[in-house]
Design a protein. Structure first.
Length: 410
């Protein structure tokens, strides 16, 4: 972390006075001066010589209490805690303003990718109209491996865990929660919108199969867990869902555990920020950059100030094209049943794809009908119409398992 302290310039030196940990017996491979490493948080908070506190404990309740205590004690705060900034950020920012202190949180979104500073500083002259992003490296690695090797979800996940790209419990990565928390933070900064986690249309990748990625390839697309925020006439559309992205789109080519954010502004057009989204070194890079910024008295991150309030569009009103993959018994009228449900729900079909099954042997005339995959591509429609249709197709006797639903990027 401090391999080259002579190059860390902020106009004044940085001195580490406290490293507060839960377990003092753990070997961290560091040689710190006597008294720096300890487990007494209050001692650090009450030290009048401490000017900046760095919160890296994770979680929300304890971290919120710690950051609040640091601000009230006259300290600036640097944090890498995305959940904290997503859930309690507005309260902390208000407290920081009241105390005349700064909160910086670059490491909380996209790791070593400087997107927070990019939005609030480099692109500050722009009216941001949209964001498209891959914000979770675990999910991106899984989707890349499934597409490249034909591996199923479970096999790709086991490899990701073995290589350190996935936690033992990857649920928040694969169900979209992690990326949605980051999208909320970015959307607040980019649009000045008052939004919450619940405003994001959310879906994960754990229900996908290698078959879905193969169908996507046939359609000239790659599948990405895409985080999107779009300014529309109806308000701000927010989604984190597995999405078919054209292979010719630069986002579609971002593989492995990488993150990317494409920002669309009225002056710059589309600007790209890409790099490693997690890991010790990228996180350290962002945390140290924030420390240097505070030490150099640079202003804190500020959200955009919209000319008029922009509100999130209700999740059911999100409009997109959709990919639907059904597993059904290969009986007469199955297509007709599906088409009737979708059509009567106000959903227009663009195409239907089914691969032909091998011909049955003569002695299999009395066998149960095979189960086949049927892919339906829709024209643009509202998510609420799709939800209403789902309540009906779930009652079809021919349906086997849960259908896969993905967005299709424009």
């Amino acid at each position: 972390m401090l391999n080259h302290p002579d190059t860390l310039t902020a106009g004044r030196p940085l001195v580490l006075r406290h490293a507060v940990v839960r377990d003092l017996s753990k070997n961290r491979g560091l040689n710190l001066p006597d008294g720096v490493l300890h487990d007494d948080m209050r001692r650090a908070i009450d030290d009048p010589d401490v000017q900046i506190g760095v919160e890296l404990i994770g979680g929300v309740p304890a971290a919120f209490e710690l950051c609040s205590d640091l601000l009230r004690a006259g300290k600036h705060v640097v944090t890498a805690n995305k959940a904290l900034i997503c859930e309690r950020g507005p309260e902390l920012f208000a407290l920081a303003a009241e105390c005349g202190r700064t909160i910086r949180f670059e490491a909380g979104v996209a790791g070593g990718v400087p997107i927070v500073a990019g939005l609030t500083e480099s692109l500050a002259a722009n009216r941001i109209t949209g964001l498209r992003a891959i914000l979770n490296g675990t999910s991106n690695f899984l989707l890349s491996r499934m597409a490249d090797t034909g591996a199923g979800y479970a096999e790709a996940l086991a490899e990701a865990q073995e290589r350190g790209y996935a936690e033992a419990d990857p649920s928040m990565d694969v169900d979209g929660t992690d990326a949605a928390q980051k999208l909320v933070i970015l959307a607040r900064l980019a649009f000045g919108a008052e939004i919450a986690f619940q405003d994001v249309s959310l879906g994960g990748i754990d229900g996908l199969d290698a078959e879905d990625l193969q169908f996507a390839k046939e359609l000239g697309c790659a599948v990405k867990l895409l985080a999107v925020a779009n300014r529309t006439k109806r308000g701000l559309e927010l989604s984190v869902r597995p999405t078919l992205v054209r292979q010719t789109d630069a986002v579609g080519g971002i593989g492995g555990p990488m993150n990317v954010v494409a920002v669309r502004g009225d002056l710059v057009g589309e600007a790209w920020f890409a790099g490693p989204g997690a890991g010790r070194e990228p996180t350290a890079s962002a945390v140290l950059a924030d420390l240097l910024a505070v030490a150099a008295d640079r202003p804190p991150f500020h959200a955009a100030t919209p000319a008029e309030p922009i509100r999130p569009v209700p999740v059911d009103d999100l409009v997109s094209r959709f990919y639907l993959r059904f597993r059904v018994t290969d009986r007469p009228h199955v297509f007709a049943d599906l088409a009737d449900i979708l059509g009567s729900s106000g959903i227009s079909l663009a195409s239907i794809i089914q691969h032909a099954e091998p011909l049955a042997e003569e002695n299999e005339d009395d066998a149960d009908p095979p189960v086949v995959s049927v892919v339906v591509m829709t024209h643009r429609t509202a998510a609420g119409r799709l939800r209403a249709a789902a309540e009906r197709w779930e009652k079809l006797e021919s349906l086997r398992g849960e259908p896969v639903v993905m967005l299709v990027a424009d």
